[in-house]
Design a protein. Structure first.
Length: 278
Protein backbone atom coordinates (compact mmCIF):
# COMPACT_ATOMS: atom_id res chain seq x y z
CA UNK A 1 0.00 0.00 0.00
CA UNK A 2 2.99 2.33 0.42
CA UNK A 3 4.85 4.11 -2.39
CA UNK A 4 7.89 2.67 -4.13
CA UNK A 5 10.65 4.90 -5.53
CA UNK A 6 9.28 4.46 -9.06
CA UNK A 7 5.71 5.30 -8.01
CA UNK A 8 6.84 8.37 -6.12
CA UNK A 9 8.93 9.60 -9.05
CA UNK A 10 6.04 8.99 -11.46
CA UNK A 11 3.67 10.96 -9.23
CA UNK A 12 5.99 13.96 -9.14
CA UNK A 13 6.66 13.83 -12.87
CA UNK A 14 2.98 13.44 -13.80
CA UNK A 15 2.13 16.63 -11.92
CA UNK A 16 5.23 18.61 -12.83
CA UNK A 17 6.42 18.78 -9.23
CA UNK A 18 9.83 18.67 -7.61
CA UNK A 19 10.81 18.35 -3.94
CA UNK A 20 11.15 21.83 -2.48
CA UNK A 21 14.59 22.67 -1.13
CA UNK A 22 13.13 25.70 0.65
CA UNK A 23 10.72 23.44 2.56
CA UNK A 24 13.41 20.85 3.23
CA UNK A 25 11.51 18.11 1.42
CA UNK A 26 13.20 14.72 1.25
CA UNK A 27 10.57 12.04 0.60
CA UNK A 28 11.05 8.48 1.86
CA UNK A 29 10.75 6.21 -1.15
CA UNK A 30 11.17 2.75 0.36
CA UNK A 31 8.24 0.62 1.60
CA UNK A 32 10.44 -1.39 3.95
CA UNK A 33 11.68 1.77 5.67
CA UNK A 34 8.27 3.33 6.25
CA UNK A 35 6.87 0.04 7.53
CA UNK A 36 9.84 -0.24 9.88
CA UNK A 37 9.10 3.25 11.19
CA UNK A 38 5.46 2.30 11.68
CA UNK A 39 6.50 -0.80 13.63
CA UNK A 40 8.84 1.22 15.83
CA UNK A 41 5.97 3.61 16.58
CA UNK A 42 4.16 0.68 18.25
CA UNK A 43 0.72 1.96 17.30
CA UNK A 44 -2.35 0.07 18.44
CA UNK A 45 -5.43 -0.32 16.21
CA UNK A 46 -7.67 2.69 16.74
CA UNK A 47 -4.91 4.75 18.39
CA UNK A 48 -4.79 8.36 17.15
CA UNK A 49 -1.52 9.40 15.52
CA UNK A 50 -0.55 12.67 13.88
CA UNK A 51 2.04 12.87 11.13
CA UNK A 52 3.68 16.23 10.47
CA UNK A 53 4.92 16.90 6.95
CA UNK A 54 3.10 14.02 5.27
CA UNK A 55 4.37 14.91 1.78
CA UNK A 56 3.14 12.40 -0.78
CA UNK A 57 1.88 9.96 1.85
CA UNK A 58 4.35 7.09 1.81
CA UNK A 59 4.80 7.02 5.60
CA UNK A 60 1.15 8.01 6.03
CA UNK A 61 0.02 4.85 4.29
CA UNK A 62 2.32 2.70 6.43
CA UNK A 63 0.83 4.27 9.56
CA UNK A 64 -2.69 3.61 8.26
CA UNK A 65 -1.76 -0.04 7.66
CA UNK A 66 -1.33 -0.47 11.43
CA UNK A 67 -5.00 0.30 12.01
CA UNK A 68 -4.22 3.57 13.77
CA UNK A 69 -6.44 6.62 13.17
CA UNK A 70 -4.14 8.92 11.20
CA UNK A 71 -4.24 12.72 10.95
CA UNK A 72 -1.77 13.93 8.32
CA UNK A 73 -0.58 17.55 8.46
CA UNK A 74 0.93 19.13 5.34
CA UNK A 75 1.60 22.77 4.48
CA UNK A 76 2.62 22.49 0.80
CA UNK A 77 -0.49 23.36 -1.19
CA UNK A 78 1.00 21.87 -4.35
CA UNK A 79 1.26 18.47 -2.70
CA UNK A 80 -2.07 18.47 -0.89
CA UNK A 81 -4.24 17.24 -3.82
CA UNK A 82 -1.82 14.35 -4.42
CA UNK A 83 -1.65 13.52 -0.73
CA UNK A 84 -5.42 13.48 -0.39
CA UNK A 85 -5.76 11.28 -3.47
CA UNK A 86 -3.26 8.80 -2.01
CA UNK A 87 -4.46 8.53 1.58
CA UNK A 88 -8.03 9.71 2.17
CA UNK A 89 -9.51 6.51 0.78
CA UNK A 90 -7.62 4.71 3.57
CA UNK A 91 -9.38 6.72 6.25
CA UNK A 92 -6.66 9.33 6.78
CA UNK A 93 -7.74 12.80 7.88
CA UNK A 94 -5.66 15.40 5.97
CA UNK A 95 -5.16 18.90 7.37
CA UNK A 96 -3.49 21.85 5.64
CA UNK A 97 -1.38 23.56 8.30
CA UNK A 98 2.12 24.77 9.13
CA UNK A 99 3.39 22.88 12.18
CA UNK A 100 5.64 25.81 13.05
CA UNK A 101 2.67 28.07 13.77
CA UNK A 102 -0.53 26.02 14.07
CA UNK A 103 -2.15 25.45 17.46
CA UNK A 104 -1.54 21.70 17.37
CA UNK A 105 -3.25 21.09 20.70
CA UNK A 106 -6.49 22.57 19.35
CA UNK A 107 -6.08 20.86 15.98
CA UNK A 108 -5.82 17.46 17.66
CA UNK A 109 -8.74 18.21 19.96
CA UNK A 110 -10.92 18.49 16.84
CA UNK A 111 -9.37 15.56 14.95
CA UNK A 112 -10.93 12.07 14.74
CA UNK A 113 -9.92 9.27 17.07
CA UNK A 114 -10.39 8.27 20.71
CA UNK A 115 -7.54 10.12 22.40
CA UNK A 116 -8.27 9.10 26.00
CA UNK A 117 -4.79 7.58 26.12
CA UNK A 118 -3.18 10.53 24.38
CA UNK A 119 -1.78 10.95 20.88
CA UNK A 120 1.31 9.61 19.18
CA UNK A 121 3.26 11.77 16.75
CA UNK A 122 5.30 10.24 13.93
CA UNK A 123 7.12 12.38 11.40
CA UNK A 124 9.91 12.69 8.87
CA UNK A 125 10.79 16.24 9.86
CA UNK A 126 12.54 18.70 7.51
CA UNK A 127 16.06 19.10 8.82
CA UNK A 128 15.90 22.89 9.02
CA UNK A 129 12.84 23.03 11.31
CA UNK A 130 13.07 19.76 13.24
CA UNK A 131 14.20 21.18 16.58
CA UNK A 132 11.66 24.07 16.71
CA UNK A 133 8.81 21.70 15.87
CA UNK A 134 9.83 19.13 18.49
CA UNK A 135 10.19 21.90 21.09
CA UNK A 136 6.75 23.32 20.22
CA UNK A 137 5.14 19.91 20.56
CA UNK A 138 6.78 19.22 23.92
CA UNK A 139 6.03 22.71 25.25
CA UNK A 140 2.55 23.29 23.88
CA UNK A 141 0.89 19.98 23.02
CA UNK A 142 0.57 17.83 26.15
CA UNK A 143 -1.96 15.53 24.52
CA UNK A 144 0.94 14.14 22.43
CA UNK A 145 2.31 11.48 24.76
CA UNK A 146 4.78 9.75 22.42
CA UNK A 147 6.92 10.95 19.54
CA UNK A 148 8.93 9.15 16.88
CA UNK A 149 10.75 11.58 14.62
CA UNK A 150 13.22 11.12 11.80
CA UNK A 151 15.85 13.85 11.83
CA UNK A 152 19.43 14.56 10.82
CA UNK A 153 21.81 12.35 12.81
CA UNK A 154 23.54 15.22 14.62
CA UNK A 155 20.15 16.71 15.59
CA UNK A 156 18.86 13.35 16.79
CA UNK A 157 21.92 12.81 18.94
CA UNK A 158 21.39 16.22 20.56
CA UNK A 159 17.72 15.50 21.21
CA UNK A 160 18.51 12.19 22.93
CA UNK A 161 21.80 13.06 24.67
CA UNK A 162 22.31 12.68 28.42
CA UNK A 163 24.57 14.65 30.74
CA UNK A 164 28.21 13.96 29.90
CA UNK A 165 27.54 12.96 26.29
CA UNK A 166 29.44 14.80 23.56
CA UNK A 167 26.17 15.95 21.92
CA UNK A 168 24.58 17.14 25.18
CA UNK A 169 23.36 20.75 25.13
CA UNK A 170 20.53 23.11 26.00
CA UNK A 171 18.19 21.30 23.58
CA UNK A 172 18.95 17.99 25.33
CA UNK A 173 18.03 19.52 28.71
CA UNK A 174 14.77 20.88 27.27
CA UNK A 175 13.81 17.46 25.91
CA UNK A 176 14.74 15.75 29.19
CA UNK A 177 12.56 18.25 31.08
CA UNK A 178 9.52 16.91 29.24
CA UNK A 179 10.39 13.37 28.14
CA UNK A 180 12.74 10.43 28.03
CA UNK A 181 14.39 10.14 24.63
CA UNK A 182 16.64 7.73 22.77
CA UNK A 183 17.88 7.02 19.27
CA UNK A 184 16.02 3.90 18.14
CA UNK A 185 17.32 3.47 14.61
CA UNK A 186 19.26 4.80 11.64
CA UNK A 187 17.94 5.54 8.18
CA UNK A 188 20.29 5.48 5.16
CA UNK A 189 20.33 8.41 2.74
CA UNK A 190 19.63 6.02 -0.13
CA UNK A 191 15.92 5.69 0.76
CA UNK A 192 15.19 9.39 0.19
CA UNK A 193 14.18 11.37 -2.90
CA UNK A 194 16.19 13.50 -3.34
CA UNK A 195 19.09 11.85 -1.55
CA UNK A 196 20.31 14.09 1.31
CA UNK A 197 23.97 14.66 2.07
CA UNK A 198 23.50 13.81 5.73
CA UNK A 199 22.64 10.72 7.73
CA UNK A 200 19.29 10.37 9.47
CA UNK A 201 18.20 8.73 12.71
CA UNK A 202 14.92 7.91 14.41
CA UNK A 203 14.42 9.37 17.87
CA UNK A 204 11.71 8.05 20.17
CA UNK A 205 10.38 10.16 23.03
CA UNK A 206 8.00 9.29 25.84
CA UNK A 207 6.49 12.23 27.70
CA UNK A 208 6.99 12.24 31.46
CA UNK A 209 3.87 12.19 33.68
CA UNK A 210 5.12 15.55 34.99
CA UNK A 211 8.07 17.79 34.09
CA UNK A 212 11.42 16.73 35.56
CA UNK A 213 11.57 20.03 37.47
CA UNK A 214 8.39 21.12 39.24
CA UNK A 215 7.20 24.33 37.49
CA UNK A 216 5.54 25.40 40.74
CA UNK A 217 8.99 25.52 42.33
CA UNK A 218 11.11 26.69 39.39
CA UNK A 219 9.72 28.77 36.55
CA UNK A 220 10.49 27.10 33.20
CA UNK A 221 11.43 30.48 31.75
CA UNK A 222 13.96 31.06 34.51
CA UNK A 223 15.24 27.48 34.32
CA UNK A 224 15.96 27.56 30.62
CA UNK A 225 17.39 31.08 30.72
CA UNK A 226 20.01 29.74 33.14
CA UNK A 227 20.56 26.60 31.05
CA UNK A 228 21.12 28.67 27.91
CA UNK A 229 23.55 30.93 29.78
CA UNK A 230 25.52 27.91 30.95
CA UNK A 231 25.78 26.35 27.50
CA UNK A 232 26.56 29.66 25.80
CA UNK A 233 30.05 29.29 27.28
CA UNK A 234 30.11 25.54 27.69
CA UNK A 235 33.90 25.26 27.96
CA UNK A 236 33.97 27.48 31.02
CA UNK A 237 33.35 26.34 34.59
CA UNK A 238 29.84 27.16 35.78
CA UNK A 239 31.05 29.67 38.35
CA UNK A 240 32.35 31.70 35.40
CA UNK A 241 29.71 31.02 32.73
CA UNK A 242 26.90 31.75 35.21
CA UNK A 243 28.53 34.75 36.86
CA UNK A 244 25.85 37.41 37.28
CA UNK A 245 23.15 34.81 36.55
CA UNK A 246 23.42 32.45 39.52
CA UNK A 247 24.98 33.59 42.83
CA UNK A 248 28.07 31.62 43.77
CA UNK A 249 26.58 30.76 47.15
CA UNK A 250 23.78 28.83 45.39
CA UNK A 251 26.06 25.99 44.29
CA UNK A 252 26.78 24.37 47.66
CA UNK A 253 23.13 23.95 48.83
CA UNK A 254 22.26 22.63 45.37
CA UNK A 255 25.02 20.03 45.59
CA UNK A 256 26.64 21.33 42.41
CA UNK A 257 30.39 21.77 41.99
CA UNK A 258 30.98 25.34 40.76
CA UNK A 259 33.93 24.03 38.77
CA UNK A 260 31.69 21.69 36.78
CA UNK A 261 30.70 22.55 33.23
CA UNK A 262 27.24 22.84 31.74
CA UNK A 263 27.48 19.45 30.04
CA UNK A 264 27.94 17.76 33.44
CA UNK A 265 24.51 18.71 34.81
CA UNK A 266 21.32 16.71 34.34
CA UNK A 267 17.99 18.51 34.08
CA UNK A 268 17.38 17.71 37.76
CA UNK A 269 20.76 19.25 38.65
CA UNK A 270 19.85 22.42 36.77
CA UNK A 271 16.54 22.51 38.59
CA UNK A 272 18.17 22.32 42.00
CA UNK A 273 20.70 24.99 41.11
CA UNK A 274 18.07 27.41 39.89
CA UNK A 275 15.81 26.68 42.90
CA UNK A 276 18.66 27.52 45.27
CA UNK A 277 19.38 30.75 43.40
CA UNK A 278 15.85 32.12 43.82
Amino acid sequence: MTLTRRELADLLEAHGLHPSRALGQNFVADPNTVRRIARLAELAPGEPVVEIGAGLGSLTLALAETGAVVTAVEMDRKLLPLLRAQVESHGVHVVEADARTVDLERLLADAPGDATGGWALVANLPYNVAVPIVMRVLDETPRVRRLLVMVQREVGERLAASAGDHAYGAVSVKVAYHASARVVGRVPATVFVPRPRVESVLVGMERRPAPAVDPAVVSPDRLFAVVRAGFAQRRKMLRRSLAGVVPLESFEPAGIDPQARAEDLSVEDWGRLVACSE
